[in-house]
Write a protein that binds this ligand. Structure first.
Ligand code: ADP
Length: 399
């Protein structure tokens, strides 16, 4: 059974065709510059040369049509007919307070995705375009919306309510949602499976450290807390996002620089984080190289990033009254062995004993602690597309 996974952005669309029987990727690719001159599709099939096709894609509808053409193409395709695709899973950023679960798309679901445009102004409109393009190109096939916010909906009110008048929750749905939900759900479940943690209330912390970074705490796979909030700006220091700041910072910058609140938030989202702190780059490879050459700002940015991660791990171990396993995932969590190692080395108070032989493991599932370690630590690559494909099968009742 083949599931098409779609992640539609405002001018791009990523896809994977996954054979759910053995969970293998048959093909994957990317449409870029949708609605802009110079649209291009790059289609990758394992073991074959990349197929690059430049053709106008004025809207997501043409992009999906090109993806389907590539999938059935006699030289570059992987299926003989579109009918071989059983269902389509869509990543949708924001499900607001109405969606606590992934949902089979119908008109009502589309309406709610639309109602959430103010909460996810950049992503939700594009996600809906992706859904409608698939409905038009493959009528009658089930489409499933998998929300980035679903995992965070598991939080209790004391974790998701901000310390403000609840009238703002009622009026504007202001609460903590958390993002990267698909990744946290996948990695926490995989951690429980891989570590063979005994059935029950397994306490897991997942550190998803990439361009955008977030941490979650879950018990038995149910989210207890997660570091992103109403938007992905809260929490850790990220590539270009500030993470937690005192809201008075917004006021002080706005007044001092003569900027609007929107303009300051744009700075906090796009021109802050380790990029701004270092003045070097948002990429941890560049930061590591600069710090190694003695660049003090790059070193400070890395130290601040690690400090915030260590702080959140401590907070999450506290709210769960302990922790059984901690997993590192995302580009940095899986690959930046220096940053990951520095963080793990500061968790000795939890009884964590890092295994020096495993310290350099990158990009693959591995236990990073010794058998004596009180808390087990793992490198566990995330796979959001596979998580979406699995959810699609489950929600569409195809299992
Ligand atoms: P996104 O949030 O865009 O999905 P990724 O999860 O791909 O981001 O993570 C990107 C980050 O991972 C970048 O900061 C990059 O420097 C870092 N990264 C990827 N590979 C390595 C590596 N081998 N060493 C250090 N950092 C790495």
């Amino acid at each position: 059974m083949k599931i098409l996974v779609i992640n539609a952005g405002s001018s791009s669309l990523k896809y994977q065709l996954i054979d759910i029987t053995d969970e293998s990727v048959k093909a994957k690719g990317l449409c870029e510059r949708i609605g802009i001159d110079g649209s291009v599709l790059t289609h990758k099939v394992p073991g074959k040369e990349d197929y690059v096709c430049e053709a106008p894609m004025p809207t997501h509808k043409q992009a999906i049509e090109m993806v389907l053409e590539a999938l059935v193409d006699k030289d570059h395709g992987v299926v003989t007919n579109v009918d071989e695709i059983t269902a389509i899973g869509h990543r949708v950023l924001h499900g607001g307070i109405k969606f606590t679960e992934s949902s089979l798309v119908d008109d009502k679901v589309k309406e709610v995705i639309k109602e959430c445009f103010p909460l996810g102004p950049l992503h939700n409109p594009a996600n809906l375009m992706g859904i409608e393009a698939c409905q038009a190109a493959m009528p009658g096939k089930p489409n499933v919306a998998v929300f980035d916010t679903t995992f965070g909906m598991g939080m209790e009110p004391y974790a998701y309510m901000y310390g403000i008048d609840p009238k703002y929750y009622e009026k504007y749905s202001i609460r903590r949602y958390g993002f990267h939900g698909t990744s946290h759900m996948f990695v926490s479940a995989e951690t429980i499976k891989y570590a063979k943690l005994p059935e029950g209330n397994q306490r897991v912390i997942v550190c998803h450290l990439g361009n955008g970074s977030s941490i979650s705490a879950s018990i038995g796979g149910k989210c207890v807390d997660t570091s992103m909030g109403l938007t992905p700006l809260e929490g850790l220091i990220m590539g270009t996002r500030s993470g937690d700041v005192d809201p008075a910072v917004v006021q002080t910058i706005a007044n001092g620089e003569g900027l609007t609140v929107d303009e300051v938030l744009n700075i906090l989202n796009k021109k802050s984080g380790v990029l701004a702190m270092s003045g070097v780059s948002s990429d941890f490879r560049d930061l590591g190289a600069a710090a190694a050459e003695g660049n003090e700002r790059a070193k400070l940015a890395l130290d601040a990033f690690k400090h915030r991660v260590v702080k959140y791990i401590g907070a999450y171990a506290a709210v769960m009254n302990g922790v059984d396993a901690i997993s590192f995932t995302g580009g940095i969590g899986e690959n930046d062995v220096t940053t990951r190692g520095d963080i793990i080395n500061r968790l000795g108070y939890l009884g964590i004993i890092p295994d020096p032989e495993k310290a350099n493991i990158r990009g693959k599932k591995a236990e990073l602690t010794t058998p004596e370690s009180k808390v087990r630590v793992f490198c566990l690559p995330t796979n959001e597309e596979l998580a979406i494909a699995r959810e699609t099968v489950r929600v569409a009742g195809l299992a």
